[in-house]
Design a protein around this ligand. Sequence first.
Ligand SMILES: Cc1ncc(COP(=O)(O)O)c(C=O)c1O
Length: 438
Amino acid sequence: MSKENLSTVWARAFDIAVERGEGAYLIDRDGRRYLDFTCGIAVANTGHTHPRIVRAIQEQAAKLIHGQIGVVTPQAVLDLTDELRRIVPPELDTYFFANSGAEAIEAAVKLARQATGRTNVIVFEGSFHGRTHLAMAMTTSKNTYRFRYQPLPAGVFVAPYPYCYHCPIARRAMTPAERARLSAGQPDGEGCCGYAIDQLHYVLKTQTAPQETAAMVIEPVLGEGGYVVPPRHFIQTLRRVCDEHGILLVFDEIQTGFGRTGKFFALEHFGVVPDILVMAKGIASGMPLSGVAARRNLMAKWPAGAHGGTYAPNVISAAAAVETIRVLREERLIENSAARGEQLLRGLRELQTHFPALGDVRGLGCMVGVELIDSQGAPDKALTDRLVSRCADQNLLLLTCGTYGNVIRWIPPLIVTEEQIDQALHIFAAALDQIAAQ
Ligand SMILES: Cc1ncc(COP(=O)(O)O)c(C=O)c1O
């Protein structure tokens, strides 16, 4: 089979025929080794083919491959809820599982609608929640994901995400130095101008009344939309607004979960517990699995049979997830994510002092974004693409994100070493040098 037999719908970033993965590396058919800072889009948090995960998958496959949850209760699923309860806020003690992120988002909204008897949801500009129809309606990171699929399901309303670097108020009122400090990657909320919260109140006043709003769904760090860390104050205020109106707060931690931001879940940075927590990607080191966690009394409002599916939770995926959580904890990969993320931010900020094209450097843990701008301060997608391509030539794989495609995202596996981060920074700096010299 040749590549011509693969659908054109996959926008493939690189033309690399990968044969295997090993830790932080992907290896092609000719034995060329690529340092993988894409991590399968924030999935292979434990690194590729971690021996303990491989063993857990093999052992489970030899015991049971499919145990339909509507028929029986597989042991691996019970083990998984036990492990999750050790890392998820204790209030969120009841779980629903699905196969993909989009499915879990749909499930969370269905649960919120059933539990509140309300129809509408509020989402935030630049969010990515998936590609099924409802999830698409909730996704505004780029119109590529919605183009020619309209009309989309109704009842979804969009409020601004607090994107400090582009905040219309902060941009006008602040000096560049103040702006840089505000978007310096720490969710401290110092100096937040309050624009996004004001606009949220406006949406509640003009588009969806609180008493018809079931949920607000937010990525606690914006992913596809540009790797944006919101001020802590914003997330805390969101919690208060939801409480005031009986609206459920849903965190989409599909990309931020399982150690990505230097904590098991990004919610820990903000001191806020949502009503519903949605997880996927890193949960099972690449096996298809997603989950929705909520309080028992909330989950109990979802009647038996009102939702479900044939495959989820797949028991091999569940066994992989159990081992993934143990590896993350026992190998101290959350701590490593925080330390390596700091190292990466330091290195990129140092480069920022030499290359004005690095407009903003931001992130938490091993979820780091670099926003590229031209001499007028406008998004520079052409430069971003050239940099990514040069880095790939030097065996470093990076992805882009952001509405204008001008953010390079750094998402190494959480087993990444200090030397590998230095190596990646070195390759990136050389690419910047080469392009500047042209
Ligand atoms: C924050 C977020 N939500 C939802 C999704 C959708 O997940 P999936 O592609 O597994 O459906 C993604 C995928 O990138 C994501 O990053």
